[in-house]
Design a protein around this ligand. Structure first.
Ligand SMILES: Cc1cc2nc3c(=O)[nH]c(=O)nc-3n(C[C@H](O)[C@H](O)[C@H](O)COP(=O)(O)O)c2cc1C
Length: 353
């Protein structure tokens, strides 16, 4: 197996294997473990404050001198529809009371939404070599600033039109996110229906129509699936769910157990937690919000409304009221150090004909 290719040369790693950024799950220790093992660790900072962003970068740098990516959310914030948000707040309060949860109701007027534009100077100052992003496309000035610095840019596409637009805007590599993928859909262009293209269709489509390297994401978890992605035209693979149960993960024990026990049909798409489509294991919260029939405020408003509840549920190891983001092959995730999971992926892939 020849691992060196245009993607490894671009991001300067030994292997074209990327640990997916997973906000709420990935830690600096996880990122460093993968980068130190010769892959590309990705540090998620989407929607975080500039202070949190810098602190996480410094924590990661203290653990590795190897290249790692920093991941941004490239959406524009929508204005808050106060009436809709209020209705949702009242519902959440009632729901929590029914379940004996003391919902720390957020104050709508004091919620601050951070834009990726507030984080750019930090990434430039810290000489981050690779910046990946999802939920949109960075604006032209920001792309220009990164290009001047020599930063490698990786954008997320869920269908061909998004991949083409990213390429036309000078993005160096495209993450083709298949519908199997855990967490949020990166979709950012309007389409008649939510694009749900499986990796088997999406990888060759993007690889055949774009010149830049394709990073395949969604449903990849072992040597065979890595090999399949390369056969379909990918130059690299990005795995998220495979690292959720790692020792370095922030996932609570009941989340790890849920993904371990999950059937492939248990992972569903929902907007209930954040206002954006995301894939995770179905739980009580999702069903209650869906059954309420209420309009769900757009991302990131719904995300902000549910944050205090999720934080509380996590403290209580309560899987019913927090996100259990997971891809369709998440049950294969192993509870081991992230570096060992990574080494096993390399070994399995190399042992294949
Ligand atoms: C828990 C979780 C959190 C995620 N958070 C992010 C994120 O912050 N930024 C991002 O670009 N993608 C995020 N994703 C999506 C991953 O980048 C990737 O597309 C996905 O994990 C690949 O599919 P897999 O889970 O089947 O490996 C997340 C995925 C999961 C499972």
């Amino acid at each position: 197996m020849e691992w060196q290719n245009e993607l490894t040369r671009l991001v300067k790693t030994s292997y074209p294997i990327v640990q997916a950024p997973m906000l709420g799950v990935t830690t600096p220790a996880m990122v460093a473990a993968i980068s130190n093992a010769g892959g590309l660790g990705s540090l998620p900072v989407g929607g975080l404050s500039p202070d949190q962003t810098r602190s996480l970068i410094l924590q990661t740098k203290a653990l590795t001198t190897k290249p790692f990516a920093v991941n941004l959310f490239a959406h524009q914030n929508s204005p808050v529809n106060t009436a809709q948000a209020d209705q949702m707040l009242q519902f959440l309060k009632k729901l929590c009371a029914q379940h004996q949860i003391n919902y720390p109701k957020p104050d709508l007027n004091s919620i601050i939404f951070h834009s990726y534009e507030e984080q750019i100077d930090i990434l430039l100052e810290e000489n981050i070599p690779v910046v990946s992003f999802t939920f949109g496309i960075l604006n032209k000035e920001v792309i220009h600033a990164f290009k001047e610095k020599g930063t490698v840019l990786i954008g997320t596409a869920t269908y061909l039109a998004e991949a083409t637009l990213l390429e036309q805007n000078g993005i160096d590599c495209i993450t083709a996110q298949g519908m199997e993928a855990g967490g949020h859909r990166g979709t950012f262009l309007d389409s008649k229906t939510l694009p749900l293209i499986g990796s088997f269709s999406l990888i060759p489509l993007v690889a055949e129509n774009c010149q830049v390297p394709v990073l395949a994401a969604g449903g990849i978890y072992n040597g065979k699936t890595i090999k399949a992605a390369f056969t379909l035209g990918a130059k690299g693979v990005q795995l998220g769910s495979a690292f959720i149960s790692s020792n370095e993960s922030l996932a609570i024990e009941s989340y790890k157990k849920s993904i371990h026990d999950a059937a492939e049909t248990d992972s569903v798409l929902t907007k209930t937690f954040s206002g954006r489509w995301a894939r995770g294991i179905q739980n009580k919260f999702m069903m209650e919000v869906e059954n309420s029939g209420l309009a769900i405020p757009d991302y990131p408003i719904q995300n902000a409304l549910t944050t205090p509840l999720r934080v509380l549920a996590q403290k209580q190891n309560n899987k019913d009221f927090t996100t259990l983001w997971a891809g369709q092959s998440a049950s294969k995730a192993e509870s081991k150090p992230a570096g060992e999971i990574f080494q096993k992926l390399i070994k399995e892939t190399e042992s294949l004909p």
